[in-house]
Design a protein around this ligand. Structure first.
Ligand SMILES: [Zn+2]
Ligand SMILES: [Zn+2]
Length: 103
């Protein structure tokens, strides 16, 4: 019973590999097409994050108001953090393109 040679084992291995490849091929193809779709349909404005970081507060949602006059005459180095008036403290805006497409 030494007819099962290395080449047969290799052939079995190749067959199993081909079987796996055949099974996996549609999934791989679907995966690639999905990635292609996402890359092609990726929002140029927000990169599919569906939100745009506020430039005023840099996404923090808070703006620190130091001395109003730009002078440090006051000894208290306290900074008052207030909600960013540009984004209402959210730190980001909903992407108009994505909200348009999703809704
Ligand atoms: Zn903001
Ligand atoms: Zn977008």
């Amino acid at each position: 019973m030494e007819n099962i040679t290395a080449s047969e084992v290799a052939g079995f291995g190749v067959g199993a590999f081909l079987l796996c490849a055949t099974i996996a091929a549609p999934k791989v193809d679907a995966f690639i097409s999905a990635s292609q779709r996402s890359s092609l349909g990726m929002c140029k404005r927000c990169g599919n994050l569906r939100m745009i970081a506020c430039t005023k507060c840099k996404g923090a949602g808070l703006v620190r108001e130091g001395s109003l006059f730009g002078l440090s005459l006051v000894d208290e180095p306290k900074e008052i953090s207030t909600a960013c008036p540009n984004c209402q403290g959210r730190g980001h805006f909903g992407c108009p393109d994505c909200s348009k497409s999703s809704v």
